[in-house]
Design a protein around this ligand. Structure first.
Ligand code: FAD
Ligand SMILES: O=C1O[C@H](CO)C(O)=C1O
Length: 562
């Protein structure tokens, strides 16, 4: 396709051609043809219209914290970091409307000025609000479901450039599809959420034996405090249990020690690096690093603090990592942990996992977290991986990448871990590094919910402008469209290659093809009917004029800021 673009001169098109995209963990890289940072809705509508006319796929990226290749593209990459304002705050009701590029950290800072905060957080707050919603990000609390349970309504710009709003009562199917959209419906531009009054948490962290974790599993481990997370240390047969409760106590910073901060970080990093050459030291590394940090014996060291929830709920995620996380019913947790523990420690009879762990040594911790979205009275996201009728357990097999180098155990560990998760009826966290289950298995796991999601998706984006290889690999897209030919803009993977740049370790460059990127006068008609959708905006009207020939033609240079 000739890079000449039809463009309304009144609407800026803020793009560059030399952007190197990468995930936070530097696991995947890609070089988009254009990297576009719009600042207004007309700019977003314009870029979508241009992409449609130029037959380009669009990927919207938030902060790039999804560890997989979900956000990789060789086509157009859109980022809403400059579309991140707070549009409205009602301190009484807690209803807040924001532009969708806002990061949770900035949202938290702004909300605090109004005495508000998010009711729940995951391990970090670096993500964009739209990114958190799109992948079903969760924290760890049986009082809460997915972070997106506070979302009241969404505004999306669809493949035809139309701005559409949806909520439980307005376009409810689009809302349910948009709550876990995987970036595949359109560009989420506006989010209305319900915040809660700011609160502080008193937290306490201590070492448990694994047997105590399991014996308290149904006896208060998850229910005695509002927020609970467990880091399981498989070789130590132990765990670090972190629990927090809302409190009126005065703030008290966590204690600092000579080892815990910078020194401990570097020692752990270098021991992990060493273990890539001598993997059998990993049980010793687990003993030493977690002993130094949290005490060598259960109950020996208790750490406590009182912090604002906005910072106290977060944790330091240390180094680049692969994360493979699955959701299963909470009551299956003890069996899953005991079988995985047995496998890692060489007891194949108990493990019932048909792969050999011989010579395999893994990193810790395995994160053990919970949520309960069955308490939520709002419509569930179609692609919500959590249990419908009770609490959910998340098991997250973390593997660090010391100095950005992949650990040697990944293939075999994840093969066995995923086998166990599938055997237990678990579903993968959409954002993480699960190896593909294939479209039919994920289709079967979600059944009619997957059909509903695919139906909405197909209606709002019939050409597959928001689809790529990740979606093709994992979702039964062909159920909704007879063949790939019905999704001409879907970006296929051409190759994965090692990056020829220093300092990127084992990062992989993802390269997409240019199939479908030929100009067409006949984009597929959209069939979706929006009962209360917005009327065409000024920029849509101006594109009608452009289409009738009253257009200015601009040559995009490296920086096309106006
Ligand atoms: C260190 C670390 C800690 C983490 N902790 C947790 C945790 O505690 N719990 C948990 O569940 N997950 C966790 N995650 C995963 C993370 O929350 C998700 O990957 C989240 O989606 C990242 O948000 P993001 O803004 O970076 O989105 P990205 O990774 O950039 O994008 C994710 C998806 O959202 C889509 N998207 C982004 N913006 C838009 C938009 N405006 N419109 C439409 N689609 C859009 C993208 O296309 C993509 O499909 C963690 C990840 C890391 C690296
Ligand atoms: O993806 C994730 O990374 C951290 C673990 O380091 C976390 O809690 C996730 O979830």
């Amino acid at each position: 396709m000739d890079p000449f673009l039809l463009k309304d001169p009144a609407v800026p098109f803020r793009s560059s051609t030399d952007h190197l995209h990468h995930t936070w963990a530097k696991t995947f890289f890609s070089r988009p043809e254009l990297y576009i940072r719009p600042q207004t809705i007309p700019e977003i509508q314009q870029l979508v219209t241009l992409a449609r006319r130029c037959r380009r796929r669009i990927v919207t990226v938030g902060s790039g914290h999804s560890p997989s290749d979900l956000t990789c593209t060789s086509s157009w990459l859109v980022n809403l970091d400059d579309f991140n304002r707070i549009l409205n705050v009602d301190s009484e009701t807690g209803l807040v409307t924001v532009e969708a590029g806002i990061r949770l950290s900035e949202l938290g800072t702004q909300l605090e000025k109004h005495g508000l905060t998010l009711a729940n957080l995951g391990s970090i707050d670096s993500q964009s609000i739209a990114g958190v919603i799109a992948t079903g990000t969760h924290g760890s609390s049986l009082h809460h479901g997915l972070l997106s349970e506070c979302i009241e309504s969404l505004g999306l710009v669809l493949a035809n450039g139309q701005l559409v709003r949806c909520s439980p009562t307005n376009n409810p199917d689009l809302f349910r599809a948009g709550l876990v959209s995987l970036g595949a419906l359109g560009i989420v531009v506006e989010v209305t959420l319900k915040a809660t009054r700011t609160f502080n948490i008193a937290w306490r962290q201590e070492r448990y034996s694994l047997s105590r974790v399991l014996s308290e599993w149904t006896q208060g481990l998850w229910t005695d405090h509002e927020f609970v997370r467990v880091w399981w240390l498989p070789y130590e047969k132990g765990a670090i249990v972190w629990r927090a409760e809302k409190t009126d106590l005065p703030l008290r910073a966590p204690p600092r020690n000579f080892y815990g901060d910078s020194l401990g970080y570097h020692i752990y990093h270098n021991l992990l690096a060493l273990s890539s050459y001598v993997p059998r030291i990993l049980p010793w590394v687990e003993w030493f690093v977690f002993g130094m940090q949290y005490g060598f014996r259960p109950g020996s060291t208790v750490t406590e603090a009182v912090e604002p929830a906005r910072s106290g709920l977060l944790m330091n995620c240390l180094f680049s990592q692969f994360v493979n996380e699955w959701a299963l019913p909470l009551d299956k947790g003890p069996e899953a942990i005991l079988r995985l523990s047995a496998w890692l420690n060489g007891d194949l009879k108990t493990a019932q996992i048909p792969f050999s762990p011989k010579g395999l040594w893994v990193h810790c911790p395995v994160e053990v977290r919970v949520s309960d979205s069955s308490l939520n009275t709002k419509p569930r996201p179609f692609l919500d991986p959590t249990s419908r009728d009770g609490p959910t357990l998340y098991l997250n097999a973390t593997l660090y990448r010391p100095y950005l180098r992949d650990p040697p155990c990944r293939e075999r560990y994840y093969e066995a871990f995923e086998w166990l998760m599938r055997d237990m009826g678990a579903k993968p966290h959409w954002a993480k590094n699960f190896r593909t289950l294939g479209p039919s298995e994920l289709g079967n796991a979600y059944r009619e919910d997957m059909d509903s999601w695919l139906k909405v998706r197909q209606e709002v984006d019939p050409d597959g402008m928001f689809l790529g290889e990740w979606h093709r690999r994992n979702l039964p897209l062909t159920e909704a469209s007879d063949s790939d030919e019905r999704l001409p803009l879907l970006e296929r993977e051409q190759e994965r290659r090692k990056l020829n740049i220093s300092g990127v370790g084992d990062g992989i460059e993802w390269v997409g093809d240019r199939r479908g990127q030929v100009e067409s006068d006949h984009p597929t008609e959209m069939t979706y009917d929006f009962p209360e959708s917005s009327s065409p905006t000024a920029s849509e009207e101006s594109f009608d004029l452009l289409a009738k020939g009253e257009a200015s033609i601009l040559l995009p240079g490296p920086e096309m800021s106006n």
